[in-house]
Design a protein around this ligand. Structure first.
Ligand code: GDP
Ligand code: MN
Length: 394
């Protein structure tokens, strides 16, 4: 999934005819000053551009009523980590600041399009409770949310757009404007092969306009080959460097917040392994499915990635070899260790069973590596959690 920044998404929306607040990137105090003039000199909003929501509550969206206030807000955010409920405890460093005209808001709505995996087609999700966390709203007040499937051949019907407008209690020009925006939003969603296009909030201003106040676009990785516009908007600062490196080696890797590194074959087994680590009272540092056709070179890169990750205090290798061969995993481990100082940098528990298991286990033993062997997943998870705790105490 590739995400782009709010200000970039708004540019794409504006190109499609959807109203967004006027705004500009502000690189320094002088840019804030000229922007302040250009935006009318009354009320501006300084917005931290990071690929995570919840910025408002975290202080990343600031309404400013004077130039000095706007400059102070921009400088307070710039270069600092912003911690929201979506960023994880370390937060994201704010590198880009966007400044917008402040609007006078009458009502805030939630409007998004996403790919409904169960129905196998896009769906609108709409609610009159805008600006709220939609997952939370779905749990506490599902009746406040309307979902409308869109058949991709038929497109967004006038009926479904109107139904959403009525659901929001809109009338007159605002109703018409909403229907038009929702239809245009669907066009943008399809044009960019989006998985999610979310306006939270879409607002009705006190002077009667429907404006996208916040915008988020996520595009399916599998479509990027035909989405040059989106590819050009990629911001690698927002991507986890570990995930980027793993992707370059064709590894299916997702960075997480725990301290137990995982190397597993098969997505299901990887999920089960993570659950088991959790059950034993620790947290996984990553999801890693090395896949079936993995090479020793890719396994070597995977181990190098885990060894280099200062967050990783122990590694659980859980290989149930079918197509993947245990000797290939062993070879990758030996190569990665040889790339370092010849020792395991952290405790490693190995469950290495299935195709060529004797060979794989023999290779590790003969190399003199002090791995902790385990026969089943339960024991393996217990062992790595204990080993990490013991290492912490020592
Ligand atoms: P998020 O917290 O990351 O989702 O950031 P948003 O862009 O959604 O902003 C959070 C909240 O700030 C919105 O729900 C609005 O209530 C408020 N806000 C943002 N821009 C404006 C504006 O121009 N005028 C007013 N009055 N409020 C705004
Ligand atoms: Mn928002």
């Amino acid at each position: 999934m590739l995400n782009i920044h709010e200000y970039q998404t708004k540019q794409l929306l504006a190109q499609a005819g959807i109203a967004v607040p006027r705004g500009m990137l502000v690189e320094d105090a002088a840019a804030v000053a000229s922007g302040w003039q250009a935006l009318g000199g009354e009320l501006v909003v300084i917005k931290a551009q990071i690929h995570a929501g919840g910025r408002g509550k975290a202080g990343g969206v600031r309404l400013c009523r004077s130039l000095a206030e706007a400059q102070a807000a921009a400088e307070a955010l710039r270069g600092q980590p912003l911690i929201t409920h979506q960023t994880g405890p370390r937060g994201r460093v704010v590198r880009t600041i966007y400044m917008e005209e402040g609007l006078s808001i009458a009502r805030e709505f939630y409007l998004s399009l996403l790919m409904d995996r169960d129905a196998g087609m896009p769906a609108f999700v709409v609610s009159a409770a805008g600006g709220m966390d939609i997952e939370q709203l779905a749990e506490t007040s599902p009746e406040k949310i309307l979902t409308m499937l869109v058949h991709p051949v038929a497109g967004a019907s006038a009926y479904s757009l109107r139904r959403m407008g009525f659901f929001l209690g809109l009338e007159g020009d605002a109703f018409k404007a909403f229907c038009r925006v929702a239809g245009q939003l669907y066009e943008v969603f399809m044009q960019y092969d989006a998985s999610l296009l979310e306006l939270n909030p879409l607002v009705l201003t006190t002077d009667g306009n429907i404006v996208a106040l916040d915008a988020k676009l996520s595009v399916d990785d599998n479509a990027l080959y035909r989405q040059p516009t989106i590819r050009a908007l990629r911001d690698i600062n927002e991507e986890d460097p570990r995930e980027r490196e793993a992707a370059e080696h064709g590894l299916n890797y997702i960075a997480l917040d725990g301290n137990i590194g995982c190397m597993v074959n098969g997505a299901g087994l990887a999920m089960a392994t993570m659950d088991m680590i959790h059950l034993k009272g620790a947290e996984p540092a990553n999801f890693l499915d090395v896949g079936g056709g993995v090479t020793a070179a890719a396994v070597r890169e995977a181990f190098r990635l885990l060894f280099a990750d200062t967050q990783v205090q122990g590694i659980l290798v859980n290989i149930f070899g079918g197509i993947v061969r245990c000797d290939i995993i062993a070879q990758g481990l030996l190569d990665a260790v040889a790339d370092g100082d010849g020792h395991l940098p952290v405790p490693v528990v190995m469950r290495l069973v299935g195709t060529h298991e004797e060979e794989g286990q023999r290779m590790v033993r003969e190399a003199g590596l002090k791995v902790i062997w385990a026969h089943d997943l339960d024991a393996a998870a217990s062992s790595i959690v204990e080993a990490v705790r013991a290492a912490e105490v020592a």
